[in-house]
Design a protein around this ligand. Structure first.
Ligand code: UDP
Length: 328
C-alpha cells in the first residue's frame, strides 16, 4: 500500500514516515521544506517537493495511486497564531481544503490528520477526554477544529474516512537516533530548552509563573513522537479495516510543568538552563492533560517512550550531535 505523507520532512512527519516504512508500507513524502529539511528524508522513501497551496501540482501528485494521505503540513505555534492568524488560515485551512478536494478528485478515501489538544481550550475537567467541549483559546486550535468539521462533511458527502489525532505536546526524538533534523526557529518548550542547553539560544522565557499549578508554571502532557508515530499507523489500519472514521486523543496522561522540564533538562544535559519568567503567553491554558483511554480501547495504543527522561535524553542526543562544538 502506498502512503502519501504530506509534511513528511518535518519534525513529526519524519518520525511518522519512518514508522510506516518500518511497518512495510511504501512511503512518498510531499513537503515544501519550509519547516522540514532534507536531512529528515529517508533513502527508502520517495520525495516530492511541493506545496499544498499549489492545487494543480498537489492533484497531479495525488493521482499517482495512493491508498492513504497522512497530513501533517501545518503551522503549529499557538502563540504566533494569535498575532498572524492569516498565515494559519491560508496554510492550515485552505491547504487542507485543497488536500480534501484533491482526494475527492483523485479517488483517495482515507486520511490521517494531525489535530491537536488545542481544540479543547481551557479544561472544564481533567483529564481531557474526547467528549470534552471544544472551545479553542488560540487561533491555531481553531484551525484544527474547523478542519475536523470539514472532515465530518467530506466523510458524509464523499465517503472519505479520517483519523483525526488530537496530539497533546509532541516532544523527543527517535530513540534509535535515526532522525536528526532540527526544527527551524522552534517555539515549543523542549526544543527551546535544548537550544539554550546547546548554547545557540541565550535564554528560555518562561511564560508565566502565576498559574494555579504546583509551581505556577504551565503544565502540559508531553507525548513522545515515536509514540505518536505508532498511533498513526494503527489508526490508518483501524479506518481501513473498519471503514469508519475516528477522532482520538494521544497523550501520556501525565502533566509536567515548565519548571519540572527545566530541572530535568539541567540534570540530563549537565548544563545550566538560563531562564527568566516573563508574562503569560496569550492563548495558553494553565494545565492540559489527556485521557488516552479511548486510544487504548480502540487502537490498543499506549505511550511507551513518553517519560520525561526519555523525552529529554532522546532530544539532547540529537542537539549534541549538531552543537557539540558549542559546548561551554
Ligand atoms: N513555554 C514557555 N516558554 C517557551 C515555550 C513554551 O514557558 O519558550 C510554556 C508554555 O507557556 C506552555 C508549555 O511551555 O505552558 C508548552 O508550550 P508549547 O509552546 O511547547 O506547547 P503548547 O502547549 O502551546 O502547544
Amino acid at each position: 500500500m502506498k502512503i502519501l505523507v504530506i509534511g513528511g520532512a518535518g519534525y513529526i512527519g519524519s518520525h511518522v514516515s519512518r514508522e510506516f516504512l518500518d511497518k512495510g508500507y511504501s512511503v512518498t513524502v510531499f513537503d515544501n521544506l519550509s519547516s522540514g529539511c532534507n536531512e529528515n528524508l529517508f533513502d527508502d522513501a520517495s520525495f516530492i517537493e511541493g506545496d499544498i497551496l499549489d492545487y494543480p501540482f498537489l492533484l497531479s501528485t495525488m493521482k499517482k495511486g495512493f491508498g492513504c494521505v497522512v497530513h501533517l503540513a501545518a503551522f503549529k505555534a499557538a502563540g504566533e497564531s494569535m498575532v498572524k492568524p492569516e498565515k494559519y488560515s491560508t496554510n492550515n485551512i485552505t491547504g487542507t481544503i485543497n488536500i480534501l478536494n484533491a482526494m475527492v478528485e483523485s479517488g483517495i478515501k482515507r486520511i490521517v490528520f494531525s489535530s491537536s489538544a488545542a481544540v479543547y481550550g481551557d479544561p472544564q475537567y481533567l483529564p481531557i477526554d474526547e467528549k470534552h467541549p471544544v472551545e479553542p483559546l488560540n487561533y491555531y486550535g481553531f484551525t484544527k477544529l474547523e478542519i475536523e468539521r470539514f472532515f465530518k462533511w467530506y466523510d458524509q458527502l464523499k465517503g472519505i474516512k479520517y483519523a483525526s489525532l488530537r496530539y497533546f505536546n509532541a516532544a523527543g526524538y527517535d530513540v534509535d537516533g535515526r532522525i536528526k533534523g532540527l526544527e527551524k526557529n522552534p517555539a515549543n518548550l523542549l526544543p527551546v530548552i535544548m537550544e539554550v542547553a546547546s548554547g545557540i539560544r541565550e535564554i528560555l522565557e518562561i511564560f508565566g509563573d502565576d498559574y494555579e499549578t504546583e509551581d505556577g508554571t504551565g503544565v502540559r502532557d508531553y507525548i513522545h513522537v515515536s509514540d505518536l508515530s505508532v498511533a498513526h499507523v494503527s489508526s490508518f489500519e483501524y479506518i481501513e479495516k473498519n471503514g469508519s472514521s475516528l477522532t482520538v486523543n494521544l497523550g501520556s496522561e501525565t502533566g509536567i510543568s515548565v519548571k519540572t522540564m527545566v530541572k530535568n533538562a539541567e540534570e540530563i544535559t549537565g548544563r545550566h538552563i538560563n531562564a527568566k519568567v516573563v508574562g503569560r503567553r496569550p492563548g495558553d491554558s494553565a494545565r492540559l492533560v489527556a485521557s488516552s483511554e479511548y486510544a487504548r480501547e480502540i487502537l490498543g495504543w499506549k505511550a511507551r517512550y513518553s517519560d520525561v527522561k526519555t523525552l529529554i535524553k532522546s532530544a539532547w542526543k540529537v542537539y549534541l550531535s549538531h552543537f557539540n562544538k558549542f559546548s561551554p
